[in-house]
Design a protein around this ligand. Structure first.
Ligand SMILES: Nc1nc2c(c(=O)[nH]1)N[C@H]1C(S)=C(S)[C@@H](COP(=O)(O)O)O[C@H]1N2
Ligand SMILES: [Mo]
Length: 336
């Protein structure tokens, strides 16, 4: 993996960042009590973070405040999508196919207790209980662009930890080349899994996959929160993947299983419409979806959806310096 001396997120966005939005972000984080930035990571992992989670203190929307170290590295100057849009404009077909469905239908989704099984071609398979995440992995805040294949995008302050940390702990063996992910399957708790009408005709559980080198890339995040709090159900509580250089459908929500394998795993959207959605799904302005262009995107920011600004799509969603080398000998039109 090649580490660039100057990552792309250091370069200022071409769009002017409205000062008010930037200031608002700082204020939000302050208000949420994100004050542990000065503490060394190890002591955060041992003390503060877990204590915060153990406390019964919950916000009105049942999310808990997370004390995460703000990472200055990741897009500190991006203007954010307002939190209410991140919470109300979602894709989570287990809770309905309309963008407004998940917020409503997932409101009472119970994610406690929760655990994830890590297994397959590893020497140390293990079961990770949700609460243990905060003891084992230092979490940090990273602002990432999220680019949906439907040509809209958001900038979101995620809280999480690199997937690589978890994979290293499982010790993938030398045959492992891919990582498969699986969402919870429970039709009683996920109405879209019980009804083809509500769930859009997907064969559940929702599954996704990455090549092992993609999974190990330092950008690839397991997110446990956003906007200073634990994830809302509609955003994939209690933990989901975030792969910022790929179309949003790769960022699988509410994960219960992670399996190392030697074969490219099946993925939900590829299985449903292979001509339209590939395994790689790298954001690419010059590889169009068969039914629409990917050259530009609607940025979901302040104001109503129809006034949102159009902006050019960036190759690998703006993360080319960090990930282009993963695909250097590949035809990106063929491996879309
Ligand atoms: N299990 C599951 N994960 C999923 C989806 C889904 O329907 N089910 N939708 C995907 C799509 S298409 C996108 S764009 C993102 C949306 O994430 P957000 O609602 O948090 O913005 O989640 C992805 N993860
Ligand atoms: Mo998407």
């Amino acid at each position: 993996m090649r580490i660039q001396s100057k990552p792309s997120w250091v370069i200022k966005e071409s769009e002017v960042t409205p000062e008010s939005v930037y200031q608002q972000r700082r204020d939000i984080l302050k208000k949420l009590g994100i004050t542990l930035a000065a503490l060394p990571l190890a002591s955060q992992a041992q003390a503060g973070l877990f204590d915060v989670l153990k406390s019964d203190e919950k916000t009105p929307d049942r999310r808990r405040v997370l004390n995460a170290r703000e990472s200055a590295q990741f897009h500190p100057d991006l203007s954010l999508t307002p939190e209410d849009k991140v919470l109300k404009y979602n894709n989570f077909y287990e809770f309905g196919t309309d963008k407004s469905d998940p917020a409503r239908n997932a409101a009472n989704f119970v994610t406690d207790p929760w655990s994830v099984e890590i297994g397959g071609m590893v020497s140390r398979p293990f079961k990770l209980n949700y609460e243990d995440i905060f003891k084992r992995y230092p979490i940090e805040e990273r602002i990432y662009r999220l680019r949906c294949v439907e040509a809209w995008s958001m900038n979101i302050p995620w809280i999480g930890f690199p997937l690589a940390a978890l994979l290293r702990q499982a010790q993938p063996n030398s045959n492992a080349q891919y990582v498969a992910f699986q969402t919870l399957y429970d039709p009683e708790r996920m109405p879209g899994q019980a009804s083809r009408r509500i769930g859009g005709g997907i064969d559940y559980p929702y599954v996704e996959g990455l090549r092992l080198d993609e999974a190990m890339n330092p950008l690839t995040l397991i997110a446990v929160g956003l906007y200073g709090k634990t994830l809302a159900p509609q955003n994939g509580a209690p933990l989901r993947l975030v792969v910022p250089w790929k179309y949003g459908f790769k960022s699988i929500k509410s994960i219960v299983k992670i399996t190392l394998t030697d074969k490219q795993p099946p993925t939900t959207w590829n299985r449903l419409a292979p001509q339209e959605y590939g395994f790689y799904a790298n954001v690419n302005p010059s590889v169009d979806h068969p039914r629409w262009s990917q050259a530009s995107e609607r940025f979901i920011g302040e104001g109503n959806l129809f006034s949102s600004r159009r902006q050019p799509t960036q190759l690998f969603n703006g993360y080319a310096n960090e990930v282009a080398s993963l695909y250097k000998d590949m035809d990106l039109r063929k491996f879309y």
